[in-house]
Ligand binder design. Sequence first.
Ligand SMILES: Cc1cc2nc3c(=O)[nH]c(=O)nc-3n(C[C@H](O)[C@H](O)[C@H](O)COP(=O)(O)OP(=O)(O)OC[C@H]3O[C@@H](n4cnc5c(N)ncnc54)[C@H](O)[C@@H]3O)c2cc1C
Length: 462
Amino acid sequence: MEQYELIVIGSGPSGRRAAVQAAKWNKRVLVIEKSPAIGGVSVHTGTLPSKTLRETVLNLSGWRERTFYGRSYRVKDNITAADLLERLHMTLEHEVENLEHQFVRNKVDWAHGLAHFIDPNTLEIVDDAGESTRVRGDKILIATGTQPHRPDYIPFDGETIIDSDEIIELKNLPRSLAVIGAGVIGIEYATIFSALDVTVTVIEPRDTMLDFIDREIIAEFTHLLRLQNVTFRFGQGVEKIEKTVGGGSIIHLENKRIVKADMVLFSAGRMGATDKLGLDKAGVPTDHRQRIKVNEHFQTEVPHIYAAGDVIGFPSLASTSMEQGRIVACHAFDQDAYDAPEYFPYGVYSVPEISTVGMSEEEVQQRGIPYECGVCHFRETARGQIMGLSSGMMKMIFSLKTRRLLGVHIVGEGATELIHIGQAVLNLKGTLEYFVENTFNYPTLAEAYKVAALDAWNRMPH
Ligand SMILES: Cc1cc2nc3c(=O)[nH]c(=O)nc-3n(C[C@H](O)[C@H](O)[C@H](O)COP(=O)(O)OP(=O)(O)OC[C@H]3O[C@@H](n4cnc5c(N)ncnc54)[C@H](O)[C@@H]3O)c2cc1C
């Protein structure tokens, strides 16, 4: 039986990062992946596909140019599902090639097959033909991610009633779409389809959405989506879904209202992909959503078995998963691991996009910190005018006592890139003065930092 110093189950961001990091210290590493290509949810069904679809939709629909040329402006008439998928497949193929090369360069072995535990150090890998191989690992990392939650009352058919993994196999663009679940994934897809002029209804049993984001930003975002013709049905759960003769669906809500749609995207939660791992043989427990609990070093209850990435729950991001993978490798091989800074950025790639770092105004209030805010609307910047931005805003929060930056919240074009300036200042414990005293390139959207900081400065004691 082959013996490895580290075996990683799953080739998503956390698994890959841990594997490559350990290999750089000349450790013998094996990655086991059940899909035919490496990359994980991040590359094949999640992050990259959704972001590539978004970019393609914005380009082909001429979305960014509509302020100048009118709402009916299109770069390409009659955009089809095939137009969207063509670019998607090209992007994914390139990314898989990059990742395979990274494994080859770093001498990381990888095996295709479904892994399950035989005992705490032994795994069996079963390939598509049913052939099995056993391997042993000194350390094992479970990086198996999540799979969409598919409750029995939703009649999934893979074409008109789908989950978010199935959206990348879309055959036709619907005229109307109902999205059940106003989490990050649901909202991203709702707004991407809305940019294609698909009539979108979002159904969410709770009264609010994206609760981890500053409420003022969400108020602005919701207003913009309503202007974009997105309809919200908040506070209403789904009772049942009835398929119609024409191929569409009628969604019956608990309050007896109905929503008709050509296509239904069910996007209400994901479950840890641990059901086939045989975790009982390893002595690793899971919670009600099949996720694994870990300590600060990402160790499970069995110290040589680690877990990282989405399988451990929040924040469930590709970006944070990679960092977790690095920390696992450092801890497993007694290398110094610097702790990740307290604040990491969160990006929601909706249309318009949202990004946030640090405390929201609600959090600052809960902690009783005296504070002041500064706001800049992108249309106030010269770059915003050049780009024809009629919407978009940045909100910064500063401590009145220390003048330190506490949080930055952005909705609008470029938010997920712009946020990193705020992140740097925040984690380096910078103050309002950084933004007031430094020169920013002109014209840029980054200048919004200066405008928002000056807005706060005007209201703060000097
Ligand atoms: C639609 C969508 C959009 C997203 N957008 C973003 C975004 O914009 N930014 C961001 O940072 N994050 C985003 N995410 C989240 C991001 O994709 C995840 O946080 C990230 O992929 C988690 O990485 P991971 O290391 O847990 O592994 P995953 O990427 O989840 O991969 C796990 C791998 O394990 C394999 N596996 C599972 N069980 C076994 C087994 N028993 N044997 C062998 N292999 C197995 C699976 O096949 C899979 O390849 C998005 C997710 C989704 C679904």
